[in-house]
Design a protein around this ligand. Sequence first.
Ligand SMILES: [Zn+2]
Length: 93
Amino acid sequence: MSGATVSCARCGRGEAPALARAPMPGPLGAEIRARVCSDCWEEWRRVEVMAINELRLNFMDPSAQDILAAEIRRFLGLDGAPGAEPEKSPDPR
Ligand SMILES: [Zn+2]
């Protein structure tokens, strides 16, 4: 019970329960912790295996991490367009 809250990018709640720690290493983990509530992360955890199967990710392939990261961002609404079609908007990176 930390009592920390976040304004969640996915469910839109302004004071949603925050994750106690970053759920994965690296900048994406930090961003998720800062912008996504623990409930929405739990939701992702429930669909993660299905998503990995559906995307046929092979983690021997380094690009699989990027594909999964993009799917996580899309699912959690981190790119600012919840429910948007993937791979449509030009990405300025
Ligand atoms: Zn949420």
